[in-house]
Ligand binder design. Structure first.
Ligand code: SF4
Ligand code: SF4
Length: 129
């Protein structure tokens, strides 16, 4: 009984193990892997990232308004769905130009709101493949 009383008393002077969420944001782990970032100018349009992505969160589709990158011979446009992405980093591993064309940032996706209609837009893109 004395031990538990002593522990309870010393706990009064310890830092809490919890955080004051949502007033205090949740700290990121040092190994946190977040959103994929893409730089069109460095991309060679090999499509290895698209093929490597387990949930299909990267899609290159033909567009009437493609980038002017000279490697983009098929007129493709990069699309990324942060709500399908599982942050596995397979696309970055597959990319021949990691850190130039494709890399993993520590950013989190925005909280999607209903009007974003993320899935419907993505289904439309998948139909173009
Ligand atoms: S991190 Fe994984 S799930 Fe996300 S786009 Fe890359 S391969 Fe796909
Ligand atoms: S793997 Fe890299 S270079 Fe190839 S299409 Fe994807 S982003 Fe571009």
């Amino acid at each position: 009984m004395f031990t538990s009383f002593f522990k309870a008393f010393t706990n009064l002077f310890r830092k809490p193990q919890t955080i004051d969420y949502p007033l205090t944001p949740i700290p990121k782990d040092k190994d946190y892997r977040g959103l994929i970032e893409y730089r069109e100018e460095s991309c060679i349009y090999c499509l290895k990232c698209e093929k490597a992505c387990p949930p299909g969160a990267i899609l290159f589709v033909k567009s009437d308004n493609p980038s002017q990158n000279e490697k983009n011979k098929k007129g493709l446009v990069y699309n990324y769905n942060p709500y399908l992405c599982i942050y596995c980093s397979e696309c970055v591993r597959a990319c021949p130009k990691p850190d130039e064309a494709l890399w993993q940032s520590n950013k989190k996706p925005e909280i999607a709101i209903k009007s974003d209609n993320v899935n419907s837009k993505w289904f439309e893109l998948e139909k173009l493949k």
